[in-house]
Design a protein around this ligand. Structure first.
Ligand SMILES: C[S@@+](CC[C@H](N)C(=O)[O-])C[C@H]1O[C@@H](n2cnc3c(N)ncnc32)[C@H](O)[C@@H]1O
Length: 230
């Protein structure tokens, strides 16, 4: 039996929380989130005068950091939540970024056209990570880089009970308090715990065709940045 797609629900959820998304991010990560995005930008490298895509750009933080770090680059930010894109436009009006409503499963871009593709917190939200990675591979030029930031299920070590408590109780409670949406942040917890381990996700990058893959974990092993090259 075919599983029902979670993507329409994800789109609605981000449309609903767009206005409170940034504040919630800063509080929930204790102000660490921009540090991981800067690492993403560093891993993507300088595209020179070429195009770079920040997919699932949301309110635009990674795209803006790319634009600040690599002054000659041309930047596109893409997302299927138009409310998130509206916030991105409002926050980063005046930066050299073109914003696109688009679905990561079917990108409206030609083959081999980007020097790098970055995305933060996308793969956990799609039905088929492998399909999305193949689509990203298609739009990258040969030698181009992919860099992915996402939450990752914590290892079952001594810290696990503490992290589980934080994910299961504190994050939904903060979601209720700050974003007035406990369900959206309970979803974050569920989708993190059910997501691929960093090791398994790395194998999916390789299967999608990427070389020179690697990853690094942050925040007590609950955040991972993966990268690879076409
Ligand atoms: C948690 S937010 C991350 C935003 C941003 N990358 C950041 O670092 O804060 C996830 C974003 O992924 C977008 N998204 C999820 N699935 C998508 C898809 N299939 N195509 C395009 N965007 C998608 C959502 O609309 C949302 O804006």
């Amino acid at each position: 039996m075919k599983r029902e797609s979670k993507e329409p629900g994800v789109q609605k959820m981000f449309d609903a929380i767009a206005g409170r998304y940034d504040l919630m991010n800063r509080v929930m990560t204790m102000g660490q989130d921009q540090k991981w995005r800067r690492f993403v930008v560093q891993q993507a490298g300088d595209p020179g005068k070429q195009w770079s895509l920040d997919l699932a750009t949301g309110t635009g933080d990674i795209a803006a950091l790319m634009s600040d770090s690599y002054r000659k680059s041309k930047l596109a930010g893409g997302d299927f939540s138009l409310n998130m894109l509206k916030e991105a436009r409002k926050r980063f009006d005046g930066k050299r970024i073109s914003w696109h409503g688009c679905d990561a499963n079917n990108l409206p871009f030609a083959d081999d056209c980007f020097d790098s593709v970055t995305f933060g917190y996308l793969l956990r939200n799609v039905d088929d990570a492998s399909r999305v990675l193949k689509e990203v591979f298609r739009v990258l030029r040969s030698g181009g880089r992919v860099v992915c930031l996402d939450t990752t299920p914590p290892a079952k070590n001594l810290l696990y009970p503490f992290l589980q408590f934080y994910f299961r109780f504190c994050i939904p409670a903060l979601g209720k308090l700050i974003a007035d949406d406990e369900t959206a942040y309970a979803y974050l917890t569920g989708s993190t715990m059910e997501f691929y381990t960093a090791e398994n996700l790395s194998a999916i990058f390789k299967n999608a065709g990427f070389n020179r893959t690697g990853y690094k974990k942050f925040m007590m092993g609950t955040i991972a940045v993966h990268w690879g090259e076409k």
